[in-house]
Design a protein around this ligand. Structure first.
Ligand code: PLP
Length: 367
């Protein structure tokens, strides 16, 4: 008997299709062209095509979870005399600040608070006051709260000041349309197990070639050297520097085919939006309230306030949902008692309908 199947309503790992899982039933040779050229190089060019119409971008795949990709970019892109401004409104912005501190990168943090978007005028003041800032980093979809940060406004401002732009689009790339070239993003980071709907095992970076070139010799780490990884893939037709997560890569190639079959990012975005709207409408009808105003909300994950009743225990609610086949996420916001429900992955309107029935049955404090 294998572990029972749950629908994961979590923002990665998430519920993948059976065909994505089945793609892992082949063992690959990492030095053979059947793997390097047919799979890895194809993935790299598909990622660039998904990200932008511009030709001057390249994709680098890197072993590890999404954070490894973020750390590789911060540790390889920012030179010893450079300075990084981090826009922070959640746990993933805070993680970038923690990385910068550990890596010894000169940095400044703009703390917006967890439930507010960055203020563009304030950001501009910071760029004016601190002329030594060379790089700006921000999370696009802050998975902590479900906030969708104002990517376009921030990108336009940062580019107007001529700074290098690093975007953690971990939980949005593939699920929210964006043109990396038109936005002027220099480094965009995402990972296999989020909106592309693959399985965990690697991160990927879509970057301007010229920005990658400038990473040469800057890395503070051997394994997380973005430039060395890029050069190896460029010079050896898709070869990874160290053991590559071959099965995960095959699953990812299948996930990209399924994204195309669905109708691309625009179609996937419509499905996620429909899931999220249905979820919020249903939860509100059951008496729950959302942490964020609808205007701030991404179509990826939603934070709900815990009910204000003495009997409330997240673990009890969680177990009652799990017993009905649904796994949700605890909250991560520091100042509010919340729980979160994701709606990305192989999740469709009928799943949200079934979840809402399960939530009503799990409301033990009403029974
Ligand atoms: C998932 C995620 C990450 C990476 O987390 P890992 O646990 O390392 O995969 C980074 N930023 C955001 C916004 C995320 O949603």
């Amino acid at each position: 008997m294998t572990q029972r199947d749950y629908l994961l309503l979590t923002p990665g790992p998430l519920t993948t299709s059976r065909t994505v899982k089945e793609a892992m039933l082949t063992d690959s040779c990492t030095w053979d062209e059947d793997y390097n050229i047919a799979v890895v190089q194809a993935i790299r060019s598909q990622l660039v095509a998904l990200a932008s119409a511009a030709a001057d971008y390249s994709a680098v795949l890197l072993q590890g979870s999404g954070s490894y990709g973020v750390e590789a970019v911060l540790g390889s892109a920012i030179g010893s005399s450079d300075k990084l401004l981090i826009v922070n409104n959640g746990a993933y912005g805070a993680r970038m600040a923690e990385m910068a501190a550990l890596l010894g990168i000169a940095h400044l943090v703009y703390d917006c608070g967890e439930v507010a978007m960055p203020d563009i005028a304030h950001l501009e003041n910071l760029l004016r006051q601190h002329g030594d800032i060379t790089h700006v980093a921000m999370v696009h979809s802050e998975t902590t709260t479900g906030m969708l940060n104002p990517l376009e406004a921030v990108c336009h401002l940062v580019k107007r000041y001529g700074k290098t732009l690093v975007i953690d689009a971990m939980s949005s790339f593939g699920g929210v349309p964006l043109d990396v070239g038109a936005l002027g993003i220099d480094f965009l980071i995402s990972s296999a197990n989020k909106c592309i709907q693959g399985v965990p095992g690697f991160a990927f970076i879509i970057a301007r070639r010229e920005a990658l070139q400038r990473c040469a010799g800057r890395s503070r780490s051997l394994s997380l050297d973005l430039y060395a990884q890029w050069r190896c893939m460029e010079d050896n037709a898709g070869k990874w520097r160290f053991t590559s997560p071959t099965h995960t890569v095959l699953a990812f190639a299948q996930a990209l085919r399924e994204l195309e079959q669905e109708g691309g990012i625009a179609a996937r975005h419509r499905r996620y939006c429909a899931n999220q709207r249905q979820l919020v409408a249903g939860m509100r009808a059951l008496g729950f309230t959302t942490l964020l105003d609808d205007a701030l909300q991404s179509p990826i994950i939603t934070a709900f306030y815990s009910p204000q009743v003495a009997q409330w225990r997240f673990s009890e609610f969680y177990q009652r949902l799990k017993a009905q086949g649904f796994v949700i996420y605890p909250g991560k916001v520091s100042h509010s008692d919340c729980f979160r429900i994701g709606n990305i992955g192989e999740v469709y309107p009928q799943d949200i309908s079934a979840l809402l029935v399960a939530v009503e049955r799990a409301m033990y404090w009403k029974q």
